[in-house]
Design a protein around this ligand. Structure first.
Ligand code: FAD
Length: 321
C-alpha cells in the first residue's frame, strides 16, 4: 500500500544525525513507492536541509523558528502537530534517541496513533509494515503491526542500513511556518562536556572498560585503542560507580543501549544488566583474565588474558594496519 511518510530529523550542532538517514531508509520501505518527506526543525537550517535528500528523501520541509533552536518537548510538539496537520502523513518515523523517546509517546497520544518504539527491523508483509522490537532487555524479539490509523515508529540507531549518500540527488526543499506560544520551558544555554569523541549511540566501534581497568587513569589505554580504531569509549556501571569515568559512558540496562558493528569489552564481567545494553552488537570481543566470565558466553571472540598486556598489544598491531 502506497503511503505518505514523514521523517522527523534529529539535528545536533546544526548537523543531521546518521539515525535520521536510517529513518529515511525505513520510511522508504514503509512508503512502498509513496513519498518520503524529511522534516527538519531549527532556528536556521541552511544547506544541511539537502542532506536527507542525498540519503533518499523525496522532499524536505524546513521549520525555522527561534524556539526550535534546541529541543524542548513543548516547542517540538507544537511545531510538529502543525506540520502533521499540513502534511497529513500515513506514518511518522524518527530515531530512538533521547529526543525521539521523549517526544514520540506524546505525539502518539495527542493523535491517538499507534506507536512502535525502539524498532530494530522492518519487514513488509501483505503490504503492511511489521516492526521488530527487542523485549526483556534484548533476550527476545516481538513483532508488531499497527492495524489502524497513523503509524508512528522510533528506530534504534545502527540497525537499519541507510542508503548510500548521493549528492547528485535532487528534491524539493520547502518551508512551513509555525506558531509557537505559551512555552513552559525555554533553553537559556547548553553547557556541554568537551568530550570531542564519537557519539556512543551512533558509534560503529566501541571500546568499553569495566572495573577490571582498576583506575580512571587506565582508561587512557582504551582511549589509545579507540583512537586507533576510530571508536568511541564506553563503560560498565561498575567502572562508572568506581569513579573511573563519567556516567555518560555507561552502557546497559540503566545506561545507553548500543548496537555497534564491533564491541570490545575490556575487564567487564558481563552482568545481565550490562548485556542488556550491548548484546545485540554485531561482533563482540571480550578481553578478560577470568575464562569463566559470563561475557564470554555472548562474545564472538574472546581473549583470556591480562588487559594491561593485551590492550597495548592490540593498539600497536592496529596501528600497523
Ligand atoms: P565486575 O563485575 O567487577 O567485573 C570486572 C571484570 O574485570 C571481572 O570479570 C574480572 O575478571 C575482570 N578483570 C579484572 N582485572 C582484569 C585484568 N587485569 N585483565 C582482564 N580482566 C580483568 N551494569 C552495567 O554495566 N550497566 C548498567 O546499565 C547496569 N544497570 C544496573 C541496574 C541495576 C538495577 C542493577 C542492580 C545493576 C546494574 N548494573 C549495571 C550493575 C551490574 O550488575 C554489574 O555490577 C556491573 O555491570 C559490573 O561491572 P564490571 O563488569 O565492570 O565489574
Amino acid at each position: 500500500m502506497v503511503r505518505k511518510v514523514l521523517v522527523l530529523g534529529d539535528i545536533r550542532d546544526g548537523v543531521v544525525r546518521n539515525v535520521s538517514f536510517e529513518a529515511v531508509a525505513a520510511a522508504k520501505l514503509i512508503a512502498d513507492g509513496g513519498e518520503v518527506t524529511a522534516v527538519l526543525f531549527g532556528e536556521s537550517i541552511g544547506d544541511e536541509a539537502l542532506s536527507p535528500i542525498h540519503y533518499g528523501a523525496d522532499r524536505v520541509v524546513k521549520v525555522e523558528h527561534q524556539d526550535l533552536k534546541g529541543y524542548t518537548t513543548d516547542s517540538y510538539q507544537q511545531a510538529l502537530l502543525q506540520v502533521l496537520d499540513a502534511e497529513k502523513p500515513d506514518a511518522l518515523i524518527m530515531g530512538h534517541t533521547a529526543q525521539g523517546k521523549d517526544f514520540s509517546p506524546r505525539i502518539a497520544t495527542k493523535l491517538k496513533a499507534g506507536l512502535v518504539s525502539d524498532v530494530v527491523n522492518i519487514e513488509i508483509d501483505g503490504g503492511e509494515p511489521v516492526f521488530t522490537t527487542p523485549i526483556y532487555s534484548g533476550k527476545a524479539f516481538e513483532k508488531t503491526r499497527i492495524k489502524d490509523g497513523m503509524i508512528i515508529a522510533t528506530i534504534r540507531p545502527n540497525n537499519i542500513t541507510p542508503f548510500e549518500k548521493d549528492e547528485s540527488r535532487t528534491g524539493e526543499v520547502g518551508q512551513v511556518n509555525v506558531e509557537i506560544k505559551d512555552l513552559r520551558t525555554t533553553i537559556k544555554d547548553i553547557v556541554k562536556k568537551a568530550t570531542g569523541g564519537i557519539d556512543l549511540s551512533e558509534a560503529k566501534i566501541i571500546v568499553s572498560g569495566g572495573r577490571g581497568m582498576k583506575d580512571g587513569e587506565n582508561f587512557q589505554l582504551l582511549e589509545d585503542l579507540a583512537n586507533t580504531l576510530g571508536a568511541a569509549v564506553g563503560a560498565s556501571r561498575g567502572a562508572c560507580d568506581a569513579g573511573y569515568c563519567d556516567y555518560s559512558l555507561q552502557i546497559g540496562q540503566t545506561g545507553k543501549v548500543v548496537t555497534p558493528d564491533l564491541y570490545i569489552a575490556v575487564g567487564i564481567s558481563g552482568a545481565i544488566q550490562h548485556l542488556a545494553g550491548m548484546s545485540n552488537s554485531k561482533v563482540i570481543v571480550a578481553i578478560n583474565k577470568d575464562p569463566e566470565a559470563p561475557i564470554f558466553d555472548v562474545a564472538d571472540y574472546g581473549i583470556v588474558g591480562d588487559l594491561f598486556e593485551v590492550v597495548p598489544m592490540l593498539t600497536e598491531e592496529f596501528k600497523k594496519v
